[in-house]
Design a protein around this ligand. Structure first.
Ligand code: AMP
Ligand code: MG
Length: 334
């Protein structure tokens, strides 16, 4: 018990195309954050191929993380893993490795909700204490904030995630993968705003009609690709901005956190910064290595959850590919 403030947690992230292994200590140091990404030969993520990549790379990635951290497997006190939401086959590879490590090393296992982990590493990395969070990635689009014991979802996508929308459009337009950065680059040269669907329903968002429409416009051959990218970004990021701003005004939070891979986008960052400014809130942006899917966020969330009593016995460590953020109890913030 004497060393409780120096617990070491190894976390495995494997919800989609990234395999991440991170090592965090209970005093908030990130000792390692190794990431390897499965790049599909064509098309989008293929769940079984991503899972095969993860199991092929698991041993290596764990060894590299331990080496970077300068700790041996025997020094690890807790094993954490992404238990959901995500792609079943990918999640299962991470969970299997985590169970094996936990029983071999005889240390406790902690199943972590992937979305909670994005918020917790964001708070750690930026120092934000109680932010309203816009979490935008390849698989998720969520506006969330902590209220009464949980991360409540104020708004979310009703269909595809914003990152998925950008990636699918860019694949259609022959741009490199992932699509977000390619669309961002071309959008800088955009001049003409092409009318596209803007779908906000209450506090929720829909991107699938926008995606279909921008692909249709592309196929007419009448527009410059730069204008299509520019118009796509303006429509999608304005929708995100509207919902985020309303949630910020409604909750009265004093901090606004942007995270997830799409949070690297400069146009979206500037919109978030001006929304924050208008409402007297402090904006913060999660550094990219901690914003995209990574193992450090799982290790960090694993250790804080462990310290407030969370344990995941092997018998209940099955993955939940639809585990919603707002169903997770967050005792460490209670
Ligand atoms: P994640 O799912 O958090 O690992 O993030 C991956 C997603 O972020 C992919 O959909 C990328 O296209 C997207 N992304 C990465 N960089 C950018 C950028 N600069 N602008 C917009 N989207 C981006
Ligand atoms: Mg993610």
């Amino acid at each position: 018990m004497a060393e409780i403030e120096h617990l070491i947690c190894l976390g495995i992230e494997s919800t989609a195309d990234n395999l991440g292994v991170g090592i965090a200590t209970s005093d908030g140091a990130i000792l390692a954050n190794e990431i390897t990404t499965h790049v599909p030969e064509e098309g989008g993520i293929h769940p079984r191929e991503a899972a095969r990549h993860h199991s092929d790379q698991m041993g290596n990635t764990i060894s590299r993380a331990l080496e970077k951290a300068g700790v041996s497997a025997r020094d690890v006190d807790i094993i954490a893993f992404s238990q959901g939401p995500g792609l079943g086959p990918s999640l299962r590879t991470g969970a299997t490795a985590a169970r094996a490590l936990s029983s071999y090393l005889k240390v406790p296992l902690v199943g972590v909700n992937h979305c909670v982990a994005h918020i917790e590493i964001g708070r750690l990395a930026t120092g934000a204490e109680d932010p309203l969070t816009l979490y935008v990635s390849g698989g998720n689009t969520i506006v969330t904030g902590f209220e009464a014991g949980r991360y409540r979802i104020f708004g979310e996508t009703l269909d595809i995630a914003i990152g998925n929308c950008l990636d699918t459009f860019s694949r259609e337009a022959g741009l490199p993968y992932p699509g977000g950065p390619a669309v961002e680059q071309l959008a800088l040269e955009g001049k003409e705003l092409i009318p596209l669907p803007y779908v906000v329903k209450g506090m929720d968002l829909s991107f699938s009609g926008l995606l279909t429409a921008v692909i249709q416009e592309y196929r007419t051959g009448r527009h410059r690709l730069e204008d299509l990218c520019y118009s796509l970004q303006e429509a999608a990021y304005s929708m995100l901005g509207e919902v985020t701003e309303r949630a910020l005004a409604h909750t009265g939070k004093r901090e606004l956190l942007l995270t997830g891979g799409v949070g690297a986008n400069k146009r979206l960052r500037s919109m978030i910064a001006s929304i924050a400014e208008e409402h007297g809130a402090t904006p913060s942006f999660v550094p990219i290595g901690y914003a995209t899917d990574n193992g450090a966020m799982i290790a960090w969330t694993g250790v804080i959850a462990y310290l407030s009593g969370v344990r995941t016995p092997i018998e209940t460590s099955y993955i939940d590919s639809r585990w919603r953020l707002d169903r997770v109890e967050v005792p460490w913030r209670a």
